[in-house]
Ligand binder design. Structure first.
Ligand code: ZN
Ligand code: ZN
Length: 218
């Protein structure tokens, strides 16, 4: 089962697409070794999906399947007028499409950090999870599982180990050293202004979207 992670894959260019197809782009050089796939159970990732009214993006325990990769390898080719940004904390910009409320990905709130966490909903695989596993490898770890809203599936990604932290750290350092964080499609290269002004939620709004009881209401 874990063999899928061990094979060296030839990197591919993966089409990016929102649910309705208005926003499109491409992620270059995608392979298990050119990014870091994880499942995040944090409250803000869950709040983001609820804010977008897209609970389908989360797994049964509230996890978001994310592929962290260099920002400079992501290009948005069409529909950038519909790209929006929301913040649940001062540290993270969360990008989505306004046309069909598709989560795009998360980045640090500033143009310097060379990493985007692309969310599976924006990555156009040939439809099934199997092809996602084949292209990206299995998730290398899960994080913030204490915020999970249900039991983790038996095949859940493992908790983070020191080895996995070290692997992520070395990949991140490599991307930074090679300048792969730029150009970023989410900021103007010259003015450093975000592609769309971030919407800052009040603490009341944040609490509302972070509340797990919403799902029970219907
Ligand atoms: Zn759309
Ligand atoms: Zn998260």
């Amino acid at each position: 089962m874990f063999a899928v992670n061990n094979k060296t894959r030839v990197p591919i260019d993966l089409p990016l697409r929102c649910r309705c197809g208005h926003v499109q782009g491409v992620a270059n050089e995608i392979a298990p070794s050119t990014g870091f796939r994880l499942v995040c159970y944090c409250k803000d990732c869950q709040a983001f999906a609820r804010f977008l009214e897209r609970p389908d993006v989360l797994d049964a325990a509230g996890g978001t399947d994310i592929f962290q990769m260099p920002t400079g390898r992501v290009k948005l080719a069409a529909g950038t007028d519909a790209v929006r940004c929301v913040q649940f904390s001062s540290k993270v910009f969360r990008w989505y499409t306004d046309c069909c409320r598709t989560p795009i990905g998360n980045i640090a709130a500033g143009p310097r950090f060379p990493l985007v966490g692309l969310i599976h909903s924006f990555m156009s695989h040939e439809a099934d999870d199997h092809s996602r596993d084949r292209v990206l490898g299995l998730p290398l770890c899960r994080i913030f599982e204490r915020s999970a809203v249900g039991p983790l599936p038996p095949n859940a990604a493992p908790p983070p180990s020191l080895a996995v932290f070290a692997l992520r750290g070395s990949r991140l350092l490599g991307w930074w050293l090679r300048g792969l964080g730029r150009p970023t499609p989410f900021f103007d290269d010259f003015t450093k202004a975000p592609l769309s002004p971030p919407q800052w939620l009040t603490s009341r709004e944040r609490k509302h979207w972070q509340s797990t009881e919403l799902e029970d209401e219907g």
